[in-house]
Write a new protein. Structure first.
Length: 409
């Protein structure tokens, strides 16, 4: 009698267990809803450091995984390196009236930009008034000896046009390069540096320009320019050339303002004697033989070298014409200006214009519509849709430089 009862109870237990297993198997699995990723800089979500940021701006766009109304970035590999390239071309632009005065109040729609003849869409535009840094290069070679005091006065006059926040570095050059002051806004230090300039032997103009561009300008942030006082004639450069420095000026993001002193009359009149006892033979004879095709080295002593120029008029004319073309090339390649220092009054007016141009400029940027090949030269033309204006800007750039900034800031 007990055995049937045990059998019935065992069957009941087996049946209940089977029903429980069936119920468990049939219940649907509830998947945990994943937390949406937080986009960096999303004002609607807190910023976390748990994942890589989504890069915005430029020509890149956030990656989209699906076409849902609220897309989220698809991140396959958290260690993937995202490379963003930009070809934004930016440049400073000065707009002047016929009297050389800066024209303010222009807007983006007043400008048109053309690259290789094709109009470009202006993506960046700003009009600002900011401090700037100037590298002042002063020629103290023998050919400028007659004009040394005038050049010093002109350089100090330039300082008088600056504001307290503007900075200047003073470099003199003859055969060698002499750094007379660091970059500073200490006007007393700068005046003392300018007054200490003394003329020496030779003229390494190209090396001085090369030094300013590749050793100083490249390390200066913000708006920057080179103001160069010289007659343009080089006699002793060995590590830089006419061509190399003109190319560097085109690729640099600094403006060149050249103040040309015509010393050809001084050279023709000759220079006998010197600053008191010294080497005979005369720097006139040296320069005549180097750049003017011979001549009579005058006698007479000199603290430097005594004597007359003695060069042929034709040879001197060629060298001065070459020097003038060189200074014009520096100014044109960089978007600056070239001045003739005929009188101190004109130089003062030029300095007022230089300071105004550097301090108040328009900055324009665009993405080239056509991709250029590395090393290719692209021509730029800026037009302002206003009558009777003068536009000062760079006219070309070389494709392939990183962080393209065409003589800008």
């Amino acid at each position: 009698m007990k055995r049937p009862i045990v059998l019935v109870l065992s069957l009941a237990a087996i049946t209940a267990s089977a029903l429980a297993q069936t119920s468990t198997t049939a219940r649907p699995r509830v998947a945990t809803t994943p937390t949406p990723p937080v986009l960096a800089n999303d004002p609607g979500q807190p910023v976390t450091d748990g994942g890589p940021p989504v890069l915005r701006g430029g020509t890149s766009r956030p990656p989209t995984a699906t076409a849902q109304p609220t897309p989220t970035p698809a991140i396959d590999d958290p260690n993937e390196v995202i490379k963003v390239e930009t070809n934004l071309v930016t440049m400073p632009v000065s707009v002047l009236d016929r009297d050389g005065r800066f024209i303010s109040g222009l807007g983006k729609n007043d400008f048109k930009v053309f690259e290789n003849g094709t109009e470009q869409k202006i993506e960046y535009f700003q009009s600002t008034e900011t401090p700037f840094t100037v590298v002042m290069l002063i020629d103290v070679s023998p050919s400028t000896s007659f004009r040394m005091e005038e050049i010093q006065n002109s350089a100090i006059s330039f300082l008088d046009q600056l504001r307290p926040s503007d900075r200047v570095m003073v470099i003199a050059f003859d055969e060698h390069i002499h750094v007379l002051s660091p970059i500073t806004n200490d006007r007393n230090m700068l005046r003392r540096a300018i007054r200490t300039t003394e003329f020496g032997d030779g003229t390494s103009l190209y090396e001085a320009v090369d030094y300013a561009l590749n050793r100083e300008i490249n390390n200066i942030q913000g708006r920057k320019a080179v103001v160069l006082f010289t007659d343009g004639v080089d006699t002793t450069s060995k590590r830089a050339t006419y061509e190399s420095t003109l190319q560097d000026s085109e690729e640099a993001d600094a403006l060149f303002y050249t103040i040309r002193y015509d010393t050809s009359h001084d050279a023709n009149s000759g220079w006998s004697g010197g600053n008191g006892g010294g080497n005979g033979g005369g720097w006139g004879g040296v320069l005549g033989s180097i750049i003017f095709g011979g001549g009579n080295g005058g006698g007479g002593g000199g603290g430097h070298r005594g004597g007359g120029w003695g060069g042929t008029g034709r040879g001197m004319g060629r060298e001065y014409a070459k020097g003038q073309a060189y200074l014009q090339g520096l100014a044109q390649n960089s978007g600056g200006r070239e001045f003739e220092a005929q009188s101190l009054y004109n130089v003062d007016a030029a300095f007022q214009g230089i300071a105004e141009e550097l301090r108040r400029q328009y900055s324009i940027g665009y993405y080239p519509a056509a991709t250029g090949q590395a090393g290719e030269r692209r021509q730029i033309k800026i037009r302002v849709m206003r009558p009777n204006v003068v536009v000062r800007a760079k006219t070309s750039y070389i494709v392939g430089q990183t962080n393209r900034n065409v003589a800008g800031h």
